[in-house]
Design a protein around this ligand. Structure first.
Ligand code: F6P
Length: 338
């Protein structure tokens, strides 16, 4: 068989181990693997390169994606889906493995409906994809954010300040939640919870009186009383980087409490670097599973982790509705906001 593999959407650590898992297991079946570069853009423009053992052998610890990525959406381009299907045929690809989050896998699901033999591999540092308990990329990025928070604690304590750390997470607050709990933050703001600024400031004043500093983690997607507009990508998502959420919260805290407050944005630093063991293992496992799914004709599905099992779930179940932070997790967070 000739298997095509692509990575789409925001990059994250674990993509290379997943690509490697695909190539290693494809060799067990004598398959040929073709890397399609830059996600769906590479399908539309036929940008490919062969993926051999040599090519992937040493990428287990590389961040990013050796196949490059893009946020191209064939369904937002006139004639895009037809061109994608035609090109896959012309490239002689018997089955396609799409590695991505909700957007990339949403495209895969729609192409499956149009007859493309495709399986999905879930990734996103946001961990907001439905149908799977975790996505690779999340563990590494949260570890980076926790490390940043540890460093901010040192300087906040030394200067007797409040420091706000803004983390990524467009729609879902998983990154902020895990960073906040694992990093021992004093307050956490998530997109899923409408902020109560008075309550937050009273709480921070109490923490500041007790220990002389306080730490806040805020998700970039947190609801703010702002007039907002701005650039969107091909999937209609707002680009949040210029929203200045951390800065806004820091100014508000300073105004309401009078305590010197600073903010820091970790941004894309969270998406780079060597994947953690968890992400290497998860990436490798779902990559291998995707090849098994192809050989058992399990198309239109995604390799997912449920508990500690790798299973296949329909792409339709995984896409279209993001996995947001649930009440149980918010209750857990509140235990630690003392
Ligand atoms: O990959 C998801 C994500 O990391 C979001 O959390 C963030 O808002 C977005 O990507 C940033 O996208 P870009 O890399 O296109 O600026």
């Amino acid at each position: 068989m000739k298997i095509g593999v692509l990575t789409g959407g925001g990059d994250c650590p674990g993509l290379n181990p997943a690509i490697r898992g695909v190539v290693f297991h494809a060799l067990d079946f004598g398959d040929e693997v073709v890397g399609i570069e830059q996600g769906w853009k590479g399908v539309l423009e036929k940008i490919t390169r062969p993926l051999t053992l040599n090519e992937v052998d040493e990428i287990i610890n590389y961040g990013g994606t050796i196949l490059f990525t893009s946020r191209t959406n064939p369904f937002s381009i006139e004639g895009g889906p037809e061109r994608a299907i035609e090109n896959l045929k012309e490239m002689g690809i018997d089955a396609l493995i799409a590695i991505g989050g909700d957007d990339t896998l949403g495209v895969a699901s729609r192409l499956f409906d149009l007859g493309v033999k495709v399986v999905g591999v879930p990734k996103t540092m946001d961990n907001d994809l439905s149908g799977t308990d975790y996505t690779f990329g999340f563990d590494t990025s949260v570890n980076i954010a926790v490390d940043a928070l540890n460093r901010l604690r040192d300087t906040a304590r030394s200067h007797k300040r409040i420091i706000v750390l803004e983390v990524m997470g467009r729609e879902a607050g998983w990154v902020a939640l895990f960073t906040g709990i694992a990093g021992g933050a004093d307050w956490v703001l998530l997109p899923e919870v409408k902020p109560d600024f008075d309550k937050m400031c009273k709480h921070l004043e109490k923490d500041f009186d007790r220990k002389g500093y306080a730490l806040v983690v805020v998700s970039e997607g947190t609801e703010l009383p702002l007039q907002e507009e701005g650039e969107t990508d091909q999937f209609g998502h707002k680009l949040l980087q210029k929203r200045g959420v951390g800065d806004f919260i820091a100014k508000l805290i300073k105004e309401k409490t009078g305590i010197p407050t600073r903010s820091a944005v970790i941004g894309h630093m969270q998406r780079g670097g060597s994947p953690t063991v968890f992400d290497r293992m998860l990436g490798s496992r779902v990559g291998v599973k995707a090849v098994d799914m192809i050989h058992s004709g399990d198309f239109g599905k995604m390799a997912a982790i449920k508990g500690n099992e790798i299973v296949s779930v329909p792409l339709k179940e995984a896409t279209g509705k993001l996995k947001l932070v649930s009440k149980e997790w918010i209750d857990l967070l509140e235990v630690f906001l003392k």
